[in-house]
Design a protein around this ligand. Structure first.
Ligand code: CAA
Length: 257
């Protein structure tokens, strides 16, 4: 891996992916996105991993897709390269992914964070879709995920003006989960990851799938989907263990089976 660092066992059951292109503010070139895709594929298949954290470190999350790499491309180049197809792996990953964002999360950087399942932010985090300022528009979900997260009014303003919002504005708008001091970003993200990692991996997978499906279905379809996943948890040893532990007043030991 040239542009990311991956630690499949940063701690028990928690993997860490760190973007590592500091001079270019972690601009997302195609190679970097291919590396994220490959890393996520492997982590998703690794039974020891239950939660993935994706971070850019304390200074910057990512300043967007690599403008220099696409500046001279034609529409047909873009069509043929189809760079956003590598992004689909993030969406396909069945284990929860938490973005830990500090500094700029702009354009593709904001889209990358939004493709994750939750966003933890430091006080210095800035979110925005500034593509309009370079004569284009978001292409990796910015007009869709942002609108679903913050509503039409704010999404329209961010996408049409390219302005940035602070961590507090992002929290108020419902884009992120919480704000923490910069130096505690990873620790606080790990705390959240641990809370998830100690639950049944089977139930986590099915629950994540159901919440994600809420954005792709009508309420009735979503409710049926949810109900079937709920029933499916009853095929797991983890559900038997979880309910037995409750009755016996002890902590459950989930095995992901
Ligand atoms: N692509 C390529 N290089 C980038 C970059 C990007 N998105 N963002 C920053 N860089 C590079 C700069 O060119 C600079 O490199 P050099 O030292 O070689 O000149 C280096 O990173 C440091 O950047 P700045 O000197 O600009 O740092 P700054 O602190 O003055 O400004 C910034 C920071 C406001 C984030 C500014 O860099 C910026 O506006 N970046 C571009 C943001 C943007 O437009 N993102 C959207 C990209 S398009 C996209 O993402 C499409 C999509 O939907 C996927």
């Amino acid at each position: 891996m040239e542009f990311i660092k991956v630690n499949p066992q940063h701690e028990k059951h928690i993997a860490l992916i760190e973007l590592n292109r500091p001079k270019e503010l972690n601009a997302l070139n195609r190679q970097l996105m291919l590396e994220i895709r490959d890393a996520l594929r492997e982590l998703d298949e690794d039974d020891n991993v239950r939660v993935v954290i994706l971070t850019g470190g304390q200074k910057v999350f990512a300043a967007g897709a690599d403008i220099k790499q696409m500046a001279d491309a034609t529409a047909i180049d873009m069509l043929n390269i189809d760079q956003f197809s590598t992004w689909d792996q993030i969406k396909k990953t069945r284990k929860p992914i938490i973005a830990a964002v500090s500094g700029f999360a702009l354009g593709g950087g904001c889209e990358l964070a939004m493709t994750c399942d939750m966003i933890m932010a430091s006080e210095t985090a800035r979110f925005g879709q500034p593509e309009i300022k370079i004569g284009t528009m978001p292409g990796a979900g910015g007009t869709q995920r942002l609108t679903r997260a913050v509503g039409k009014a704010m999404a329209m303003e961010l996408v049409l003006t390219g302005k940035f919002i602070s961590a507090q504005e992002a929290l108020d708008a419902g884009l992120i989960n919480r704000i923490v001091p910069v130096e505690l970003l990873l620790d606080e993200t790990l705390k959240l990851a641990r809370e998830i990692a100690k639950q049944s991996p089977v139930a986590i997978k099915l629950a994540k799938e159901s919440v994600s499906n809420a954005f792709n279905s009508t309420l009735d379809e979503g409710l049926i989907f949810e109900r079937k996943n709920f029933y499916l948890t009853f095929a797991s040893q983890d559900q038997k263990e979880g309910m037995a532990a409750f009755v016996e007043k002890r902590t459950p030991e989930f095995k992901g089976k």
